[in-house]
Design a protein around this ligand. Structure first.
Ligand code: NAP
Ligand code: ZN
Length: 356
């Protein structure tokens, strides 16, 4: 068993302002990497700018990261970062800007390489990355993963390199502008990380410290999510659970629901958490070790898998897949050795088809 969680985490109200010196220690010129709008509205960008100004750290802003960021956008940001001589990155936003920040950090540190190295296994250096999450799902602020859209392959794929953020600044206050749908979808992504980490070939008693704790925390606010009674007081719990989910998958990786989600997101534009959530109830129901599956349900506080599945349908709403898509998806996942190896048993095409 092995545990490695190298990111320094600051988790408290106003932690960006409170630990500005930590950001200043990371380099001499920053590139802030963010989405088009939300960080300007929820206050996270102005918090970071205030700290950088106070610490006399020059910076530029790249605010063109789209949802499910593409390799093309990463390369555009890399170009800007090199031209401007930046030596560290501050990612602000949901998983999309945070993941993009990691890939950009790798590409800036290797200016002579082209985009193909993102998916090659030779280890490469990267410049430091700080992450400030503003959604409560991906845990990307602590994971070494970066998932990019590959338009040429019409799908999404995690880059081959493990890029651990140097520091994460976690403050639930940034969620106050998030819509109910955004909170629900991203919270279900965190749930999927916890479930897929617990029910995973790589799970063990050491890394289940994360998934077990996270599942209990998720269970504590599940009714509020369903009844739309989430208040500002719950934001820190949502963020914290998302971070724990990130710590869990850092050690185990994700499994079949994530693998099945990518086509649904690419082809239908379904948000990541919702696309993963479509397969999550089915995953628990099909999972061969029934005792372990029951443990997950108990930790979450569900009496049965049927109740878990109805709950997910109630909070996420139904998505109807076009004819033939699930068959194609099942065939692709059966050919995806990287995802299959995280499922500890043999699995049939029929079992995969039953996950939706
Ligand atoms: P996202 O794609 O980062 O953002 C979704 C939307 O939410 C964007 O329109 C964004 O606006 C908006 N938004 C962000 N924060 C907000 C806030 N506080 N208030 C209001 N709106 C806000 O969503 P995500 O679900 O967090 O990230 C999904 C991505 O992460 C996917 O690409 C997925 O594959 C990846 N992922 C990575 C990991 C990992 O371990 N690295 C794990 C799971 C998923 P703006 O565009 O204006 O910012
Ligand atoms: Zn996810």
């Amino acid at each position: 068993m092995m545990l490695f969680m190298p990111t320094i985490v600051f988790s408290e109200r106003d932690c960006v302002k409170g630990h500005g010196n930590e950001l200043a220690l990371m380099g001499s010129k920053a590139m802030i990497v963010t989405g088009k709008q939300s960080s300007r509205i929820n206050g996270s960008l102005s918090d970071v700018e205030a700290v950088l100004k106070e610490q006399n750290i020059p910076y530029i802003i790249f605010d063109e990261i789209e949802e499910n960021p593409s390799v093309e956008t990463v390369m555009k940001a890399r170009q800007k970062g090199i031209e401007e001589n930046v030596d560290f990155i501050i990612g602000i936003g949901g998983g999309s800007p945070l993941d993009a920040s990691k890939a950009i950090a790798l590409m800036i540190a290797n200016p002579e390489k082209d985009e193909s190295v993102l998916y090659e296994s030779t280890p490469l250096s990267y410049i430091p990355v700080a992450c400030i999450p503003t959604t409560c799902g991906t845990g990307s602020e602590v994971t070494p993963y970066a998932i990019l859209t590959l338009h040429k392959q019409r799908t999404k794929k995690s880059i081959s390199h493990k890029i651990y953020p140097t520091a994460a600044f976690i403050d639930g206050k940034y969620l106050h502008t998030a819509s109910r749908a955004n909170i629900v979808n991203t919270a279900v992504d965190a749930l999927a990380h916890l479930v897929e980490s617990y029910l995973n070939t790589n799970s063990n008693e050491l890394n289940r410290i994360y998934s077990r704790e996270g599942l209990m925390m998720w269970g504590s606010f599940k009714d509020k999510l369903l009844e739309n009674k989430i208040t500002e007081e719950d934001y820190n719990n949502l963020m914290h659970t998302s971070m724990i989910g990130g710590m869990a998958i850092t050690h185990t990786g994700t499994s079949l629901p994530h693998g099945l989600s990518y086509m649904v997101t690419y082809e239908l534009g379904v948000p990541h958490g919702k696309a993963v959530g479509m397969f999550l109830g089915g995953y628990v129901s099909v999972y061969k070790d029934k005792r372990e599956a029951e443990n997950v349900l108990k930790l979450l506080g569900f009496e049965s898998c049927d109740k878990f599945q109805s709950y997910l349908k109630a909070i996420l709403g139904e998505v109807t897949l076009p004819e033939g898509m699930m068959e194609k998806n099942a065939d692709l996942i059966l050919a995806n050795k990287a995802k299959l190896k995280n499922y500890p048993f043999d699995i049939t095409r029929e079992e995969i088809m039953a996950m939706v």
